[in-house]
Design a protein around this ligand. Structure first.
Ligand code: HBI
Ligand code: FE
Length: 290
C-alpha cells in the first residue's frame, strides 16, 4: 500500500471542507506520478473514443484543452468552461450528500472528485475520481443544451428531495448523464460519462449484441432499475441534446403519478411500446402489466 500521504485520495479526505463540501484542490500537491497517471489515462481513452464518442465531447475536450499535460487545474478549467456555458468545476473529496449535489448542479457548479485513482485502480475505480468526473462529465457541460439539462436536473432533485421520488430521478441521471448514447447520422455515439471514462464499456456499449438499445423515453427510463457493478444491460438512445432537454424540461409530477402505478422494470427487461433499436441477446419480456 503506497504511503497514505502520497495517495491524493487520503490527502483530500483529511483536508478541511467548506459547508458546501468543496475543498481546496491545492493543485501543487499532486505528485509527478499522479500527473503522469492522468496523461496515460487520457491518452488511452482519447484513442478509444475516436469514432465512438459523440463529436460534441471530442470538440469540447479540445476547447477545454484537456489534452494539456497533467491533472487539470479546476480554476483554469472553470474559466474556459465558464466562457462557454457559465458552469464551474468545483473540487470535492468524495461523493457528497444528494441535496448538496443537487444544490451545486442547480447553480451551475459541477462537483468533481479532486483525487486520482491509484495505480492499482488504473482500469476501474468505483468512486468518481478526477478522471471520471473531469474527463467523463465536464466536456458535455460545454454543450449549452446539456448544461441546461444538468441544471434542470439539479433543480428537479432539490424539488424531489422531500417527495420520495429520488430513485426515479437517479435512474434518469444514470441512463443519460452516466450511460447515455446518442443517435448520430453515421451511427450511435457515446455521451455518458460512465462510458466515456471506461475503456471496455466504450466498446461494449456500441459493439456488443448483448445489451438492449432503446429509444429514450422519460417515463420508461424512470421505471428502469440499473446495476452499478457491471456493464449496462440496457442503453437508452437520444436523438439530440435538444430533444433530451425538451422531453425533460417539463413538470415531473405527472410522470411521478404515472410511475406510482407502473411496475419497475429490470435492467434487461423489454416493455410493450419500447422503440427498440437493437435487441439484447438476453432481453426478456414479462407479462407484467405496464
Ligand atoms: N456526489 N461528488 C458527487 N458526485 C456525484 O456524481 C454524486 C454525488 N452525490 C450523489 C449522486 N451523485 C447521485 O446520488 C445523484 O443521483 C444525486
Ligand atoms: Fe459520474
Amino acid at each position: 500500500m503506497l504511503d497514505e500521504k502520497v495517495e491524493s485520495r487520503y490527502r483530500y479526505r483529511n483536508a478541511p471542507k467548506n459547508a458546501d463540501y468543496t475543498i481546496d484542490q491545492d493543485w501543487q500537491s499532486y505528485t509527478e506520478d499522479e500527473h503522469k497517471r492522468w496523461d496515460r489515462l487520457y491518452a488511452r481513452q482519447q484513442e478509444i473514443l475516436q469514432g465512438r464518442a459523440c463529436p460534441q465531447v471530442l470538440e469540447a475536450m479540445e476547447k477545454l484543452k484537456l489534452s494539456e499535460a497533467g491533472i487539470p487545474d479546476f480554476e483554469k478549467l472553470s474559466e474556459k468552461l465558464g466562457a462557454l456555458t457559465g458552469w464551474k468545476v468545483v473540487p470535492v473529496a468524495d461523493l457528497v450528500p444528494d441535496e448538496v449535489f443537487f444544490e451545486h448542479l442547480a447553480n451551475k457548479r459541477f462537483p468533481a472528485g479532486a483525487f486520482i485513482r491509484s495505480e492499482a485502480e488504473f482500469d476501474y475505480i468505483e468512486e468518481p475520481d478526477v478522471f471520471h468526473d473531469v474527463f467523463g462529465h465536464v466536456p458535455m457541460l460545454a454543450n449549452p443544451e446539456f448544461a441546461s439539462f444538468m441544471q434542470a436536473y439539479g433543480e428537479g432533485g432539490l424539488k424531489a428531495l422531500g417527495s420520495g421520488q429520488l430513485h426515479n430521478l437517479a435512474r434518469l441521471y444514470w441512463y443519460t448523464v452516466e450511460f447515455g448514447l446518442i443517435q448520430m447520422d453515421d451511427g450511435l455515439r457515446i455521451y455518458g460519462a460512465g462510458i466515456l471514462s471506461s475503456p471496455e464499456e466504450s466498446k461494449f456499449s456500441l459493439e456488443s449484441d448483448s445489451p438492449n438499445r432503446i429509444a429514450f423515453n422519460l417515463p420508461r427510463v424512470m421505471r428502469t432499475n440499473y446495476r452499478i457493478d457491471d456493464f449496462q444491460e440496457t442503453y437508452f438512445v437520444i436523438d439530440s441534446f435538444e430533444s433530451l432537454l425538451e422531453q425533460c424540461y417539463r413538470d415531473f409530477d405527472s410522470v411521478y403519478d404515472y410511475l406510482r402505478s407502473a411496475a419497475d422494470l429490470a435492467p434487461s427487461e423489454l416493455a410493450p411500446g419500447d422503440d427498440i433499436i437493437t435487441y439484447g441477446t438476453h432481453a426478456y419480456f414479462t407479462n407484467k402489466a405496464n
